[in-house]
Design a protein around this ligand. Structure first.
Ligand SMILES: Nc1ncnc2c1ncn2[C@@H]1O[C@H](COP(=O)(O)OP(=O)(O)OP(=O)(O)O)[C@@H](O)[C@H]1O
Ligand SMILES: [Mg+2]
Length: 341
């Protein structure tokens, strides 16, 4: 478990101070894949660099397994830092060294045959053993990131910090690297802290998420919880970016738009989590209250094996029927009445 307590990082420039991280407290559970999301400049990289004291916080405690890194002597810090690997958007490989030499770099001091064995093992783990003698310039972005991951794992770290590790990759390669990180988390039990500005990355593999805005932690929790009930406007806008429900509702509202809604109809937005499958519910209210239900938009995301659904439904029928139907729906799912007929 990593605990960041009241972390503040201020950069003092000539004529001003920048508060990159403000009094931020956060617990990162062991074995989690912990996403940190926020707009550019939110303080994500600064915060994550505080975890291994690559950036020394101006204030606060950085506690790994009950040890406050802020209190360690320089040589003790060097030692514990080896157990924290890090990868970056631009891979940061040594361009004049081969893949072998890059991965062997952190293994200085070991016997040559042990180094060889470890490097082959690491390259096999990340699926790139055949490139052992290649130079970085001969590799694709995805392959370079695999080499960087192998190098970051050389000292068998407990924690892997990933700063926008997939931001320079195309969508397909991004998925492959994310799935590799997911495998490593399962196989090695390594805690992964992953910075991104894309909700899709969080959705794909993270168990937990922290949302940052202007150096502050504005929301944190399990991904499913944060996704299904976003509270802070920044979180809401990230969640909104993952599906088209809001845009669809705009279209429905536009009287000049493609959709012709009778003024007597209700438009509902229904959100549900997990096993509250909406379909039988919709046919049930339709029969029971004699209303017509037209599902005009539907989206289901699966996050950490939990389905999260959003429907937009047009409800027609008597005033009383519609009112009772909405009431019945509200017993099981979240209903927002977008417009009342
Ligand atoms: N070494 C530094 N010296 C001065 N200011 C810095 C330094 N590092 C970061 N900052 C400032 O701190 C703030 C947070 O920067 P940070 O790099 O942590 O943001 P970020 O969320 O990682 O952004 P991005 O998504 O663009 O990478 C910014 O205003 C940035 O300009
Ligand atoms: Mg950054």
């Amino acid at each position: 478990m990593i605990e960041l307590r009241n972390i503040t990082k201020t950069f003092n420039l000539e004529n001003k101070s920048i508060h990159a991280v403000n009094n931020l407290t956060l617990t990162i559970p062991e074995g989690s894949i912990f996403g940190v999301i926020g707009e550019s400049g939110a303080g994500k990289s600064t915060l994550v660099r505080c975890i291994n004291l690559l950036e020394r916080p101006s204030n606060g405690e950085v506690v790994h397994h009950d040890v406050d890194f802020m209190r360690l002597k320089p040589d003790e810090l060097l030692k514990v830092r080896k157990k924290i690997g890090m990868i970056f958007q631009q891979f940061n490989l040594f361009t004049s060294r081969t893949v072998y030499e890059n991965v062997a770099f952190p293994l200085k001091g070991m016997k040559t045959e042990d180094v060889r064995k470890k490097v082959v093992e690491l390259l096999t783990l990340v699926g790139i053993e055949e490139k052992i003698n290649a130079y970085p310039s001969q590799l694709s972005g995805g392959q370079k990131q695999r080499v960087a991951i192998a190098r970051a794992l050389a000292n068998d770290p407990d924690v892997l910090l990933c700063d926008e590790a997939t931001s320079a990759l195309d969508p397909q390669t991004t998925q492959q690297i994310l799935s590799l990180l997911n495998d490593l988390n399962r196989k090695l039990g390594i805690t992964i802290i992953l910075i991104t500005h894309e909700m899709a990355v969080i959705k794909a593999i993270c168990t937990h998420v922290a949302v940052m805005d202007g150096g502050n932690l504005v929301e944190t929790g399990k991904v499913v919880e944060v996704f299904s009930e976003p509270k802070h406007p920044t979180t809401k806008s990230f969640v909104k970016s993952t599906h088209q429900a809001e845009r669809f509702i705009e279209l429905l509202r536009n009287p000049q738009g493609t959709f012709k809604i009778s003024p007597e109809d209700d438009i509902l937005r229904i959100d549900f989590v997990g096993s509250q499958t909406a379909d039988p519910l919709i046919s049930h209210i339709s029969r029971r209250y004699q209303v017509d239900t037209n599902i005009v938009y539907a989206n289901i995301d699966i996050i950490q094996d939990v389905p999260l659904g959003t429907l937009v439904v047009i409800l027609s029928g008597s005033v009383e029927g519609r009112r009772s139907a909405i009431e019945a729906l509200r017993n099981s799912v979240k209903v927002e009445v977008i417009s009342h007929g």
